[in-house]
Design a protein around this ligand. Structure first.
Ligand SMILES: [Zn+2]
Length: 771
């Protein structure tokens, strides 16, 4: 196959940018296909939620179960309920109906939304999800006009917008108090020696002043507490009534009891001086430690116990540097010998029951766990430790061989985002859909409580959950499909709220409509979550083969049912947004989690697997198909960054310089014949040979080339959720292996097929299937 003729991800993105420019995407129409995530656009909520909150694999569902099965396309929504919005878009308004609270359908409990239909002059309303009739509470009554619309429709947010929040009217006695953050710091030998402890304590001095607060509030309501640990636990009393912080040591870790209540969780503005003094003292206190062991399970348990004692939800920030001691014997697990065997799945499953039993307590208390792991040895059992952050809606960060000089910036930025971003606690998410559809499953950082409902001990603005739908009947084309996502959660000030997102889709009896209204980047996100989840049950090879079978069936269905008369035999023309699905699925198939090379460790695989399960559509898109930007083409800083090239070595020039990123790492790649003048201007050294490769900050030099590189890095970083560490790679050097991983259209270093070979194989298989 001619590499120039096969569908290009870059081209599809550029075409979408050209179509939408910087236009406004108004959400008034049902089943409207939004711009791609790579396009800059503004959303105006006119009755459906923004695509920043929910994106669907298709915006026109097959109307019958038979058609859905025939298409082999999954029907799913990728939901990011607390997504951050750009400054130009207003956040969902908060609606307070006082004591009687939000109005809900008496049949299925769905929340009041623009699709509820008022009848009998406004005395009752019909629910589009279950079709039940409910009485309008007298406090909420308004009469309807001649068209059946309430006269106050335009002034009620829940009747004219797709997204809004209700304050709940939960029993005031049960009102949860404001959340707390507990910082749990490993002070064993590894943490001290690597410089981590000092770095962390210095940073926390700043971060305690940046705790999240309610919009418009002067002060944060979030309380903080501090625990340090090695083989024992050390709690700190930082009550404002003391003159010095006070340490209490717990050595019996079999059943941790809290040694203090007063003064453990405090408000920063009340205990500021003591907290600062404590953070100054901790590195000094443990500077000469020889203790090499650090426990883990009891640390998390003590955090949960503390939140329970204070009757509040919260978040534990755990900084851990070694294989947990004393908890249990974790077996060391390795890649070789297990690949493609039945035992391979055990690499991703948590060992022992310790974390599992903690998760139950975390969910009950609304306690999520953010884990920062700094293994200095080969192995730390990330699959086991990480499961606790995954199931509680927390975040997992892995810094293998942490070195202060090269890794500090990334760690500090990750931590800062973890502490300051928008988040909610003690969440429950429920999905309502109309008759004919049901929720078939959830994928993402959460805990499935019962069919159709998940618990999120914590949820932040970056967390994304995939929901799959299945038919359980026929859909009505006239009524279309309606999805309501309701997230009940505690806000950072302790308010119980329900965030509601509504999205209406069309349905069709022609599969061509479903195909035309599908977006490959959303499908990639869904397939990546389900495939990575399947690793818990099946060997990677079976998962990879399953993806190939799926794409072949999808394309064969399209060819047979939608494109018969359009093209000659042997040719396959896919709809605009779907034609890049094969390249995306090939990238997923040969990603290192599913097809490990020699370089990747078991821990890194487990980390990446868990990470991808929480990514949103934009992040998974760039993770599997990196952006490679030809930097020398950028002539003026006022312009947008140059169009990326396709991810293939064929597109690179020896005289070129490229900035490549996958959402986690940013590589600055220099061709051997990069102009010496440019090198001098950017690196302040005379030649290509004199440039050092590796991780370091570029020198700040005042010339256009230097300014441009640093500005490009700044712009790329500003789009990403994870801090992008910059790796300098020279053509032909040892580090180039990492850059090769980004060239996903080529045959991979780990043996994954090139895009054109894969596409050829898929086409041949489709032809055979159609015979
Ligand atoms: Zn209902």
């Amino acid at each position: 196959l001619n590499p120039d003729a096969i569908p290009s991800v870059v081209k599809v993105m550029e075409d979408d940018k050209a179509t939408w420019g910087s236009q406004v995407f108004a959400t008034d129409a049902r089943g409207q296909l939004p711009p791609l995530t790579s396009t800059d656009f503004t959303v105006e909520d006119q009755g459906n939620c923004s695509p920043r909150f929910i994106r669907c694999t298709t915006y026109s569902l097959p109307s019958t179960p038979e058609l859905a099965q025939l298409s082999h396309l999954p029907l799913a929504a990728i939901i990011k309920p607390l997504a951050s919005l750009p400054a130009s878009e207003a956040p969902p308004p908060v609606v307070d109906h006082g004591e009687f609270g939000p109005v809900r359908c008496t049949g299925c409990r769905a929340f009041m939304c623009p699709s509820m239909q008022f009848i009998e002059v406004g005395q009752r309303f019909r629910c589009p999800f279950c079709m039940a009739l409910s009485d309008v509470p007298w406090q909420y009554y308004r009469h309807t006009d001649s068209t059946g619309k309430r006269v106050d429709q335009r002034s009620l947010q829940e009747l004219c917008r797709g997204s809004y929040e209700f304050l709940t009217n939960e029993d005031p006695d049960k009102l949860s108090s404001a959340p707390a953050f507990i910082f749990m710091i490993d002070v064993s030998y590894n943490a001290v020696r690597s410089g981590l402890l000092r770095l962390l304590c210095e940073e926390l001095r700043t971060l305690i002043h940046l705790l999240p607060r309610e919009k418009g509030a002067d002060l944060s309501q979030v309380k903080v507490g501090f625990v340090t640990y090695d083989k024992a636990l050390h709690f700190y009393n930082v009550s404002s009534s003391l003159t010095q912080p006070h340490m209490l040591v717990v050595t019996d870790i079999s059943d941790v009891e809290l040694p203090l209540l007063d003064g453990f969780l405090v408000l920063v503005n009340e205990s500021r001086a003591l907290i600062e003094s404590l953070l100054d003292q901790i590195p000094v206190l443990f500077a000469d430690t020889q203790e090499r062991d650090a426990i883990f399970g009891p640390v998390v348990q003590s955090g949960i116990t503390a939140l329970k004692a204070f009757e509040c939800p919260g978040k534990l920030f755990v900084f851990h540097t070694s294989v947990p001691a004393a908890d249990r014997n974790l077996k060391i697990r390795t890649n070789p010998g297990t690949n493609s065997t039945k035992r391979e799945k055990s690499l991703f499953q948590p060992q022992g029951g310790v974390c599992q039993s903690l998760v139950g307590d975390c969910i009950a208390q609304g306690c999520s766990v953010d884990l920062f792991l700094f293994p200095d040895t080969q192995y730390m059992d990330v699959a086991t430790l990480g499961s606790i952050s995954y199931l509680t809606g927390g975040n997992l960060h892995l810094y293998s061989n942490f070195k202060r000089e090269t890794d500090a910036q990334q760690f500090l930025m990750d931590l800062r985002r973890g502490v300051t971003r928008d988040m909610g606690f003690k969440g429950e998410m429920k999905i309502y859909v109309n008759k004919g559809l049901k929720v078939a499953g959830f994928w993402g950082s959460s805990w499935e409580r019962c069919p159709g409902q998940i618990a999120l001990a914590g949820i932040d603005c970056d967390k994304t959950i995939a929901v799959e739908f299945k038919h359980d009947g026929r859909l009505c084309e006239e009524a279309g499909v309606l999805i309501q996502c309701a997230l009940l959660y505690t806000s950072v000030s302790g308010q119980r709220r329900v965030r509601v997102h509504n999205l209406s889709l069309t349905c069709a009896s022609q599969l061509a409509d479903t195909f035309r209204n599908s977006q490959a980047e959303v499908l990639l996100n869904f397939f990546s979550k389900t495939a990575y989840n399947a690793l818990l049950e099946s060997p990677a090879k079976a998962v990879r083969d399953g993806l190939v079978t799926r794409i072949i069936r999808i394309l064969a269905c399209y060819r047979r049912h939608c494109a018969k008369s359009l093209v000659s035999a042997g040719q396959l023309v896919m709809p605009q947004f779907l034609k890049i699905l094969p390249v995306y699925l090939n990238c997923l198939r040969k990603s290192e989690v599913l097809l490990p090379g020699a370089e990747i460790s078991v821990d890194e695989r487990a980390y990446l697997r868990q990470l991808v399960m929480s990514l949103d559509v934009e992040e998974s898109g760039v993770f599997f198909y990196p952006h490679i930007i030809p930097l020398l083409d950028w002539k003026a800083e006022a312009d947008p960054l140059p169009t990326p090239i396709r991810c293939s070595g064929l597109r690179l020039q020896d005289t070129g310089v490229y900035l490549a990123e996958d959402g986690l790492t940013l590589i600055l790649w220099l061709g051997v014949s990069t102009p010496a003048e440019w090198i001098q201007n950017v690196f302040d050294v005379p030649s290509f040979d004199a440039v050092a490769s590796g991780v370091f900050a570029l020198p700040v030099l005042d010339n256009p080339a230097s300014n441009r590189v640093r500005e490009a890095i700044r712009r790329l970083r500003s789009r990403r959720l994870h801090f992008l560490k910059v790796l300098i790679v020279k053509q032909g050097d040892e580090l180039e292996k990492q850059f090769r991983q980004f060239l996903v259209e080529d045959k991979s270093p780990n043996g994954g097929a090139s895009y054109s070979d894969f596409l050829y194989h898929v086409h041949v298989s489709v032809q055979q299937l159609l015979k």
